[in-house]
Design a protein around this ligand. Structure first.
Ligand SMILES: [Zn+2]
Length: 257
């Protein structure tokens, strides 16, 4: 079966989710404390849907205080211990800026959450826009992690190589189908098939040919078709590869879905 390794379906109706999970597996990602209850609820109601819990770096604003970040982290840890997810994420960096101090605060949040995932031996789902230098510095400062995936990878070959060397998986989505995404398509030949995941990031980033509409995990089929061609393998082989990679990374017992 198809797997979408990264989606946000908390806002989808139960009817929509029932329809989706009939034909595929989904890893549903919560990005804030507020999303956790609905996220857990969906997996209790429907089979074929697993969840990851995280605190997205976009929660870091100019005005948030370190005390507020600490409170958020301790509440998050309580909920994670109660509802054990398959991964911690998404966590990471989102356009952090030194000038307004968000970069420093994002690093603070990210380090705490990455250490937490390591202590639980859970993989991390990493979001990173722009701050690749800081991301790599955090990995080397902490000097150990329980691995994970760099979702929606969009960086240069040098950073990609460093991330692969650290043992990370990388994930491609609908962006790779966009005409303008030459840089991402240029990375494809450097991604080993046994480190590849594929995602929709629904409800965002609808792939061609449905770009501009609200995305749904059902659109993953377009992305598999497109990428099978790019990787020059059959779609069946790509689907099977990503399923095996997901089982390996997220440690699902075989046939767990
Ligand atoms: Zn996401």
């Amino acid at each position: 079966m198809l797997i979408d390794t990264h989606a946000h379906i908390q806002e989808f109706s139960d009817d929509e989710i029932r329809h989706i999970q009939k034909s595929m597996y989904v890893i549903n990602i919560a990005c804030s404390i507020e999303e956790i209850e609905r996220t857990v609820d969906i997996s209790e109601k429907f089979k074929n849907i697993k969840y990851s819990l995280g605190l997205h770096p976009e929660l870091i604003t100019n005005t948030i205080s370190y005390e507020e970040i600490d409170n958020m982290i301790s509440e998050f840890k309580k909920l994670v211990n109660k509802h054990m997810p398959i991964a911690i994420g998404e966590i990471g960096y989102n356009f952090g800026k030194t000038e307004d101090n968000t970069l420093e605060k994002q690093t603070y949040l990210f380090e705490k959450l990455l250490s937490f995932s390591t202590s639980l031996k859970l993989p991390a789902i990493i979001h990173c826009r722009e701050n690749w230098k800081e991301l790599l510095a955090t990995f080397s400062r902490l000097n150990s992690s329980s691995g994970g995936v760099i979702h929606s990878i969009d960086t240069d070959k040098l950073n990609l190589t460093k991330l692969l060397d650290l043992g990370f998986y990388v994930s491609l989505n609908g962006i790779s189908t966009f005409k303008s995404a030459n840089s991402i398509r240029g990375l494809i030949k450097f991604i080993p098939l046994d480190r590849l995941l594929i995602e929709t990031d629904s409800p965002f980033l609808s792939p061609e040919p449905v770009r501009g509409k609200q995305n749904t995990p059902l659109n993953i089929d377009y992305i598999y078709s497109f990428l099978a061609n790019e990787f020059n393998i059959t779609k069946e082989k790509l689907i099977n590869t990503v399923l095996i990679n997901s089982e390996n990374l997220f440690k699902f017992p075989k046939n767990t879905f």
